[in-house]
Design a protein around this ligand. Structure first.
Ligand SMILES: Cc1cc2nc3c(=O)[nH]c(=O)nc-3n(C[C@H](O)[C@H](O)[C@H](O)COP(=O)(O)OP(=O)(O)OC[C@H]3O[C@@H](n4cnc5c(N)ncnc54)[C@H](O)[C@@H]3O)c2cc1C
Length: 404
């Protein structure tokens, strides 16, 4: 009988296993894929944005218990998480001007290597290609059943098998299904930090163009969210940091009826279009602030020509053009889904776990951490911070309950 079995060797599982073993538990870490930390390797364009440099009230959200989420995060503050990487795991980190923290080497593989090293030193036994098919509570603990039928018995389980994002990495929702089968409820899941699809062939034809914008989401005349930043046009719609950040307001369960609005560039379009001095041409004015092909596409939509003089535009046309430039509302048809989403919104309800050890209130001995839970962060290292913090709390919690 093992003390602790951790299911899933992603960010949260690697942290949980290490902290449980460092607290003297006998820990077995089971990973379904052939290698560990697949998503870490894919993260940050292969560089791994391992942490943010600051956290505020808008950095994370939960649909079930935001206070529980905050208590878990408070158990592993940013400076402690950073010291864990730099001092305990030996990875030098740098903070970029954007506020994102990366390994100095710019190699995500160094983060995986360091986490594995930490597990090895703490005495974690790792088995890869060990896909868990079922978790069965039994007297004194659990039976963890492999897809081949093999069984491991343990006193405690830490479920760290991720959510639904990037299923090819091995995270296909097993943990959500397993928790539900054991009696947990799941806050409705949705792809978050995800590119959006739009019904605008003229813009999709500009795939590859990046432009600074301000995005906002509206409903019934009320602003739900705003997000300044770069937008990338793709052959399916919209991507880039500003899109990913705001996307959840259009993909979450109560997003019905919400509309996306784009202010193309930070230009004061009203002032620009009011200034017809010196016979200024429309095309030149737009191209001062926008990539040429985008400026031309927007002009084509307006029915005006690049050579038109601003001074000659009739008032209703000017108002329509202002709206096109500062309040453009594309028809958002959906998102690119879990295949390209960075993270899963929703998950196992946080009011069904205890904040101090992330132990299930429904299944004693089961601890949960990482993306399987209903806690999500913004782009910028926040989701890894949740993985490290919740992994630490669940790992310590599982180890503490071990019989002495
Ligand atoms: C392309 C991409 C880039 C990202 N970049 C960043 C970034 O730069 N910064 C940031 O903060 N966040 C980033 N994220 C989000 C971040 O990767 C996740 O929030 C984080 O990895 C979640 O950690 P986790 O351990 O909970 O889940 P996962 O990383 O998904 O790990 C779960 C593990 O469990 C294993 N598993 C699943 N089911 C089973 C089973 N039945 N049996 C055994 N093992 C199983 C999986 O194979 C996987 O290894 C990115 C995500 C993606 C997709």
């Amino acid at each position: 009988m093992r003390d602790v079995v951790v299911v899933g060797a992603g960010a949260a599982g690697l942290a949980a296993a290490q902290f449980a073993a460092a607290a003297s538990a006998d820990v077995l870490l089971l990973e379904g894929a052939a290698r560990v930390g697949t998503k870490i390797l894919a993260s940050g364009g292969g560089r791994c944005n391992v942490l943010p440099s600051r956290v505020d009230g808008a950095s994370f959200w939960s649909h079930s218990a935001p206070r529980t989420m905050q208590r878990v995060l408070a158990a592993f503050p940013l400076d402690a998480a950073r010291a864990w990487f730099e001092r305990d795991l030996g990875v030098a980190l740098v903070t970029e001007a954007t506020g994102k923290v990366f390994p100095r080497s710019n190699r995500a593989a160094d983060i995986v290597h360091a986490l594995r090293g930490g597990c090895d030193r703490a005495g974690v036994e790792l088995r890869t290609s060990w896909r868990v098919d079922a978790l069965t509570p039994v007297e004194g603990g659990f039976e963890v059943v492999r897809s081949t039928g093999e069984v491991v018995r343990c006193r405690r389980v830490v479920l760290a098998s991720g959510g639904l994002a990037l299923p090819k990495s091995g995270s296909d929702g097993f943990g959500l299904r397993a928790a539900e089968a054991l009696g947990h409820s799941v806050a409705a899941t949705y792809p978050a930090l995800v590119p959006l699809t739009i019904d605008a062939p003229d813009l999709r034809a500009l795939s590859g163009i990046a432009v600074p914008v301000s995005l906002s989401v509206h409903t019934d005349g009320r602003v739900v969210a705003t997000e300044p930043g770069d937008l990338l046009l793709t052959h399916r719609g919209l991507s880039g940091p500003a899109t990913l950040q705001i996307s959840r307001h259009l993909t979450e369960p109560d997003a019905r009826g919400r509309k996306l609005r784009i202010a193309w560039s930070a230009a004061d379009w009203r002032a620009e279009l009011a200034d017809g001095a010196g016979g200024r041409q429309l095309g030149k004015t737009l191209r001062n602030h926008l990539p040429t092909r985008l400026a031309d596409a927007l002009l084509a939509r307006s029915g005006m020509a690049a050579a038109d003089r601003i001074a000659g535009i009739r008032k209703p046309d000017r108002i329509a053009l202002e709206a096109l430039l500062a309040e453009f509302e594309p028809i958002v048809t959906g998102s690119e889904g879990y295949k390209t989403a960075e993270v899963t919104g929703g998950g196992v309800r946080l009011d069904e776990v205890a904040a101090h050890d992330l132990q299930s209130r429904i299944v004693p001995g089961l601890h949960l951490c990482g993306e399987v839970l209903d806690a999500t962060g913004r782009l910028g290292g926040y989701n890894f911070l949740w993985a490290w913090a919740s992994g630490k709390v669940a790992g310590h919690g599982a180890a503490a309950a071990r019989p002495r």
